[in-house]
Design a protein around this ligand. Sequence first.
Ligand code: NAG
Ligand code: NAG
Ligand code: NAG
Length: 956
Amino acid sequence: MAAEIVGAIFGALSCICGTPTCNCIDQHRNFNDDVDELGRKLDSLTSQKQDIESRTKEAEARGGQMVRQQVQEWLKQAEEINAKLRPFLARVQGVKWYKRACLDSLVCRKINMVKEMLDKGSFPEGLVIERAPTHGNIIPTENLVGQISTKEEIWRYLMGDDVGMIGVCGIGGVGKTTIMKNLHNDLQRETRFEKVIWVTVSYPLNVFKLQKKIADAMGQRLRDDEEVMMRAASLMEIMRRVRYVIILDDVCQKFSLKEVGIPDPNVQNGCKVVVTSRSIEVCSYLRCKIVEVKPLSQEESLKLFLDTVGDGVLQVPGLEEILKLIVEECAGLPLAIVVIAGSMRGVDDVNVWRNALTELRVRVSSVKDSNDEIFKRLRFSFDRLDSLEVKSCFLYCSFFREDYVFSKRELIECWIDEGLIDGLPSRKAASDRGHAIIDRLEKNFLLEKDNFGSPEKATFRSLRPFISLGGYSFGIPSAKMHDVVRDMAIISIGPEFGYVIKAGMNLVELPDGHGWVKDPKKLSLMANNILKVPPSLSPKCLSLSTLILSSNPNLSEIPESFFGEMLALKVLDLSNTAIETLPNSISKLENLSALRLQHCMKLKYLPSLANLRELKKLDLHKAVCCLRETTIIRNLEEVARLKKLETLECQFDGIQDFNHFVNKFKDFQSAIAYSLGVGTARDMMRWSKYELVITECEIWEECVVLPNNLEDLWIIGGRNMRSSLNRTVMFEMEANELRRCFIWKSEEIECMVELDSSSSSSLCCLVLDKLKMLHLHSLPKLCELVRVEGAATPPHIFSNLKILIIIDCPGMSKLLPLDLQQAFQNLEEIEVGNCKHMEEIIASSDSDASSDKFTFPKLRILHLADLPQLKSIYSAKGVMVCDSIEEIGIWGCRELKRIPVQLRLLDNGQPSLPPRLREIKMDEESKEWWESVEWDYPNAKNLLKPFLKYSTYPWV
Ligand SMILES: *[C@@H]1O[C@H](CO)[C@@H](O)[C@H](O)[C@H]1NC(C)=O
Ligand SMILES: *[C@@H]1O[C@H](CO)[C@@H](O)[C@H](O)[C@H]1NC(C)=O
Ligand SMILES: *[C@@H]1O[C@H](CO)[C@@H](O)[C@H](O)[C@H]1NC(C)=O
């Protein structure tokens, strides 16, 4: 009672406090009620959001549909509101009574805010729209805020006949590329053009590469051995045949269409060329119709700023004015706006904002950096990064050439090698920290996520099932730096740190005596075409700690003298060069901690590395084609003894070299993480510290000696192996830590393990004892997992196996032999897909044991997909006991008559469902099949109805 009265009094007081009143004050005087109300509303919002998310996901998975823009916006806002209000709720719940009065109106306002969101989230017109058919790729991009009239002007020129060449000009960061990306995507839905081509033209312009990119986009190949002029003629021929639009993004230099091989666009051919450039001169030279992209208006700027930082900030009393002033300082440059807004996200203290305004103003008015308006603004965002660590990591991204798409893993490896991420207990911890830093930089828009166009992805697409099932995230996550941000890093900040970046500048020789900037700390000469280092050159760079010469593909010689006065060097990267001999002077670089020689295919000589006591990483991946060269082996042995060595990457030509190395390496391997490859070089998976990838090797009467602690084994495209784990032919079984085994595309493999009465099976089975995941993919002759001829089935084989994946193995007709029942006690996931002749999952014996039980105590997931001949899972009457089952997915198994999952019976004789069952998935075409398929219990299908979910087979 008393509490209520106090509540009422203070509720009334709150109106006196000067805060605006809201509706709910009259209705609920009680502060606690309001807080509860807010909690409930938030819960509703959360469930509404989850509901919408799962519905949109489903719709997207069906394909051909696109989530409405408003829905995406709503989801984003709901997320933000939730993130903001949960902590707020927790705070007000614990607040002292005498502070409540003034808070109450705030709580009421929040309630109204959530209410509004809930109302907005009903979407009577549906969540998705049909996607118009497109004839090309959609480039992910931000939506345009403002600049609509500019976009429309360009569109008019594209659709009209008057203009063939369009030049989109404006200063860096004004949004030229974003406008064009949006237009590019709109053009995909137009029928006027047969081909819409997007080409990013990096500085400096390279006609050869430009030709290649255009030809690639046309799905054609030009001859690499031809002169640029001849290639231009061929390209011209290709281009003449189609009505195209070609968008050349970020052109910095003059060139002529003819020289590249692009026919002049005109009324007759109906083609268009759009050039974006910071330089009006370039556009005029190309005789473009010029469209100037102007900065955003104040109003548009504010909208973009709020979109980025989240509307929530407007709730902070007194902030609006400051915010407007900050937006004003952004000069209408979208890039500056998103970067600055990104760096202020989550800040709700007015004082911090006011301080940011002051700092930004100081930056903008500083005389220094006055060469480019945008730098000063971006610089502000850089200054706000919280630590030197993050700042250094950011700067490192500018070491790569312009527009380079780096994989996140690659970037983080570099950061670790540089010692930028330091003081963490393990490389894994450092890598996690690296991901956190990338996330931070992305959120600040200092790095851009790159989710398209990475060729590596296509190669791995077929492996996705493996990954998704094993609970690993996949795709090759990559990122890239906006060219203007990169320029800012190089020009405006780099020199302060002593960094000199001349990556991708078409340099053909090293900067000469004077070009060596005075004693730099880090120097990147990556991606040039430096041919050789002049004899006896010995640059005096006593502070130089990092030297990157990678991707100078024709660099073949470095003289002895070169490293003579670079003794502080810690990181030396010569990857992707044609270097043959490493100078002996490298032996003197006592502080060297990372030596990267990836892809140095010509490397023949490695000097003694015994003195490099600080060496933590030696990367010879895809290098050293012929390791038989004894000096290299000897020196590798030395290296392996170095105490600080953490990782070793190496590629071997053949099994013999590899075996030789492993035999030497055995004694000192345990502390060193390794990624070893044999045969054709491949990218490594790097799931564990100890990994071996064998690719396209002739495995013929030759044992492969596996390192003792090997955890991941990949065999890809191996030849001449009848059984993959056959002791005499294949492996000398020492690897008793093997956790994951993946075999892909091997023509001859008939079975996983082959045993006969004469062979001692124990070694083999030792290996398979600890195996957790087995994935067999595209093995045309595979017909059984274990072939036992006259021998007893070994007791512990597969006894730890959790995940079994069999995909695209048309020779298999029965998956699990009955007598291996004991072996699969720990199996959690079974995935069988696209096996044309699969008839039975559990092979019934021929006798009358047809009412047997097969128990999988831990099975959670059973997926069967595209098995056209699958008639039964377990004979006509056999029963599968799997009480832990969570998910059953069956797609395209039309012949399957019965699902033999055992259900428990309740006292009243009714079946009860497995307690953890979440869903039964199938495609919509299977509806009819589902009606006909039998369960052993009359009303099972009724009970299961709520669990049915239509979705497509997830990995094709
Ligand atoms: C670089 O090497 C390649 C292949 O060895 C050769 O075709 C090319 O002409 C070389 N480039 C230069 C600039 O020397
Ligand atoms: C190597 O590193 C140590 C410790 O940082 C330093 O004292 C030494 O001067 C360095 N050596 C050279 C040649 O720079
Ligand atoms: C291994 O395979 C070879 C040839 O395929 C066969 O002759 C041999 O018996 C197999 N060895 C074992 C241990 O199964």
